[in-house]
Design a binder for this molecule. Structure first.
Ligand code: URA
Length: 209
């Protein structure tokens, strides 16, 4: 069964408060999302495998640990997921980046894929799907369906704020995908917004309305 991790590090929680605040403008919002994404990437990479290599310090020869070279990929769900990419790449610059674009069909209300561009070797990569908000879970589930259809084997999902409804839906649809969040909020409102949430993440990141 999928595990759900809530990153309650004080720095993450502090920055998240200002991300939520309606008085935080676009520039600061974008910077804070970037910083939280970096901090979350630090936590999510905790279990990366290491290997010993031989090195020489100015004092003597020794062995020391380096990353074992696990291949990683970051997959933002367009468009709000883009706001988290650079923050993650600061810590794992060698990761490849794929993109998945989804829109909501006005009649069925289901997410429909309109753009997919992925690294050619996704089946070998540990993929981190990112979207700031996990609301109903529809987009995350569809994005992960899309990755699995193309051969992805190892997928994690990372977001800033999740609604319990979204977490349950994602766990049920993809029990093999662990979920990393900065805050688990109360609920969804009638318009599909997370309460208390932060509003529309895409609009706040890009200054649109
Ligand atoms: N997407 C958002 O940007 N905000 C929400 O509250 C829910 C979905």
């Amino acid at each position: 069964m999928a595990k759900v991790y809530v990153f309650d590090h004080p720095l993450i929680q502090h920055k998240l408060t200002y991300i939520r605040d309606i008085n935080t403008g676009t520039k600061e919002f974008r910077e804070l999302v970037d910083e939280v994404a970096t901090l979350m990437a630090f936590e999510i990479t905790r279990e990366l495998p290491l290997q010993e290599i031989e090195i020489e310090t100015p004092v003597n020869k020794t062995t020391s640990k380096v990353l074992a070279g696990k291949k990683l990929g970051v997959v933002p769900i367009l468009r709000a997921g883009l706001g988290m990419v650079d923050g993650i790449l600061k810590l794992i610059p060698a990761a490849k980046v794929g993109h998945i674009g989804l829109y909501r069909d006005p009649e069925t209300l289901k997410p429909v894929e309109y753009y997919v561009k992925l690294p050619s070797d996704i089946q070998e990569r540990e993929l981190i799907v990112v979207d700031p908000m996990l609301a109903t879970g529809g987009s995350a589930i569809e994005a992960i369906n899309s990755l699995k259809k193309r051969g992805a084997q190892h997928i994690q999902f990372m977001c800033l704020i999740a609604a319990p409804e979204g977490v349950e839906a994602l766990k049920e649809a993809h029990p093999d995908v662990d979920i990393y969040i900065a805050a688990l909020d109360e609920k969804l409102n009638d318009h599909g917004y997370i309460v208390p949430g932060l509003g529309d993440a895409g609009d706040r990141l890009f200054g649109t309305k």
